[in-house]
Design a protein around this ligand. Structure first.
Ligand code: GLN
Length: 461
């Protein structure tokens, strides 16, 4: 079932909005026991919100999941962390408001505060990949991807700071879009790395993705980095002429045979589509992951300082002899990866290391940005794999943070430079899929979706 087909059924009265809610909530309770893709199921909230609602948009009554680090007033938003186990936001994120009267089925499980690539860092248990329950669904928006892949919802909104929408989409055989930084409001997203974070979309196909982007994109004065751009109808895929697609050259060690094969076969597919392919050998891109894992923890360490047990997080109980004991107790609840990132970030920002790490990484980030804008003078799109491997086994990388970080090698660059990037299913291996990542020019999501749609049609129809 896709968004467009359910909308049609709803408008032609083959199904009623009550039937949608009954069916989808019933399924959610049953499947969530096994998959653990929702941290909470939002039945009470949604039935109340949709009582007396009418069809007013393409997403009216359409079941969706919102990642649990996106605030929805009237629900709990944990950001996947025990620290926010009982946190009720006093306001709703702009992207959620923009979705209108969709049916929120549940809040998606995630790595705590979105730090991770497998959803194993969640304070609320791991989510299973519905395509193979021994595998991770990817992360950090693993719950969102698992819910879409198992048909518990028709779309999901996640956040993407270094790949958290594209990578789980790839691991669950779905479409995942990270829009240009500034196109969709960050207001109401629980911050991770503020100069990297964007809300993103996970759907089963490119058309559904464009329907959701239509509703969430737009300027928001509540987000100081939101950018005013002319409104587009993303469902009208523009015609693409004389398309030039860059093919990213990358070191092959650490990239699995399946991924290399499927990337090669997507190049063959593009060749048959009459697009011009140009090999691109980037000078600085090999530094992306290192730069990301310096700058993001730095921003994290600053963003996490608000969880002091006073403004956010439960007040620790008991008599304290000092304020530092109070803080220590409040912050002891942080999951291991959260502590690790705060420590790395604090280290790279501290006196003596600031220039060597933070400043240096900022400079390299700028070089990567400049190199991209140069390269994009000659190409319209760029392709790479989304992930270096197919979904890995639950437990396989959790005790090896560096190994885990390496799974983000292809996705972090788009966040460093703010460009839009999408992952679409590339090739099937048993029940699992590899993903193809396509970068577009900033604010050209319409063209990016158009090319993605063409490739999707060639590969899967
Ligand atoms: N996996 C990456 C990280 O752990 C990306 C996370 C994200 O995009 N939220 O930093």
């Amino acid at each position: 079932m896709s968004i467009s087909s359910l909308v049609k059924d709803l408008r032609d009265k083959r199904i009623s909005s009550e039937e949608i809610l009954d069916t989808y909530f019933k399924k959610a309770y049953i499947e969530n026991k096994e998959l653990n893709c929702f941290i909470s199921i939002s039945e009470e909230y949604t039935r109340k919100k949709l009582a007396n609602s009418k069809i007013e948009s393409e997403l009216s009554f359409i079941p969706g999941v919102i990642k649990d680090n996106i605030n929805v007033k009237g629900t709990i938003s944990t950001a996947g962390s025990k620290v926010l186990e009982n946190y009720r936001s006093p306001y709703t994120a702009t992207v959620v408001k923009n979705l209108g009267n969709f049916a929120l089925i549940g809040k998606g499980n995630m790595d705590s505060f979105a730090f991770g690539s497998s959803t194993e860092n969640s304070g609320f248990g791991v989510t299973k990949n519905p395509l193979d329950k021994n595998k991770v669904p990817g992360g950090s928006s693993g719950g969102v991807a698992a819910a879409v892949a198992s048909d518990l919802v028709l779309f999901g909104i996640g956040t993407d700071t270094g790949g958290s929408v594209r990578q789980p989409a790839a691991f669950c055989g779905l479409v995942g879009l990270k829009p240009t930084y500034g196109l969709c409001s960050r207001f109401g997203l629980i911050a991770m790395g503020s100069s990297f974070d964007v809300p993103g979309i996970i759907t089963k196909n490119v058309t559904d993705c464009s329907i959701v982007l239509n509703s969430i994109a737009g300027f928001d004065s509540n987000d100081s980095t939101s950018i005013k751009v002319a409104k587009k109808d993303y469902t009208k895929f523009p015609k693409l002429d004389n398309v030039k697609v860059g093919v990213m050259k990358f070191p092959q060690d650490g990239v699995s045979r399946e991924v290399l094969d499927s990337f090669d076969s997507s190049i063959d597919t593009l060749k048959k589509m009459n697009v011009e392919l140009i090999d691109i050998d980037f000078k600085y891109i090999n530094y992306s992951l290192a730069v990301y894992y310096i700058l993001v923890p730095a921003e994290i360490s600053s963003n996490m300082s608000r969880y002091d047990g006073i403004r956010f997080g439960d007040h620790p109980k008991g008599g304290y002899s000092s304020i530092s004991d109070f803080y220590k107790d409040a912050r002891d609840k942080f999951e291991d990866e959260v502590k690790r990132r705060i420590m790395i970030g604090t280290y790279t920002l501290s006196q003596g290391y600031f220039d060597a790490y933070y400043n240096k990484a900022t400079q390299v980030r700028n070089l990567i940005k400049m190199e991209f804008s140069d390269v994009f003078k000659d190409i319209d799109f760029l392709i790479s794999p989304t992930t270096p491997t197919l979904p890995f086994d639950i437990g396989k990388k959790i005790n090896d943070p560096l190994e885990m970080y390496l799974s983000d090698i292809f996705t972090v660059t788009a966040n460093l430079i703010g460009y839009p990037a999408i992952s679409i299913p590339n090739k099937k291996f048993g029940n699992l899929y590899s993903g193809l990542q396509i970068f577009g020019r900033p604010f050209e999501e319409d063209r990016l979706l158009s090319l993605s749609y063409l490739i999707e049609s060639k590969l899967w129809r």
